[in-house]
Design a protein around this ligand. Sequence first.
Ligand code: JQB
Length: 262
Amino acid sequence: MRIDIITIFPDYFAPLDLSLIGKARASGLLDIRMHDLRSWTHDRHNTVDDTPYGGGPGMVMKPEPWGEALDAVTADAGPNVPRLILPTPSGVPFTQERADRLSAEPWLVFACGRYEGIDSRVAAYAAQQMPVEELSIGDYVLAGGESATLVIVEAVARLLPGVLGNAESAAQDSFAPGAMENLVEGPVYTKPVLWRGQEVPSVLLSGNHGAVERWRRDEALRKTARNRPELMAAIPADHLDRRDQEVIREARLQTGPESMAD
Ligand code: JQB
């Protein structure tokens, strides 16, 4: 997969040299290219922002450097067109399902805004040339699109064949299609069996795979009920066996049906 990232802070992406993604790049599985938006400015101060029409606080990114950047980055590929990702707090929620779909794309371009965002004509122009997705990584306000881009690139890259060491792992993640529905992961343990007075739950040492799987599901249900009541509510009733229902009822008695999140 090829990924181009357009930003006024190319240094922000130094982490993409590390770990899984760094290795995938070194091996040629991932071709990530950073571009400094200011290289498509023409004034002495490399200006990328201006005051907002209609007034209001802050600055807005000027369309001209973005237009030139998108033209240049998408030019060197003949008939191939990339998918443009625009991280923005007003975007469609980025989910594991979106990560899966993006991981099947051959070429993604990320446009990282700053200030109060990018002049809206840039997205409209880009949409005439290529598929465009405005995505949000969550309901909080960041200072720019760079950290959101890092999040999306990591979530997508780890799904590429050969990037994750163990091909099994990605399929078993919480939120992965076909994982334990939409349950969060329960607790995990490794050696030593006794650490600072705490023992690993004995069922995990029992060698009884059926019992281990049942216990893991119990713990996942408990943690989901506690931390993510909205995920719990979305599980179809016919996906819950009698033991599931018992575990959930117990979890609700522990904290009460509403105040579970805190
Ligand atoms: C500028 C961004 C996010 C990109 C994602 C997420 O956009 C703004 N609007 C009002 C005030 C401040 C900003 C800052 N800003 C470009 C930009 C924020 C992405 C962003 C995002 N994806 N929160 N914030 N989930």
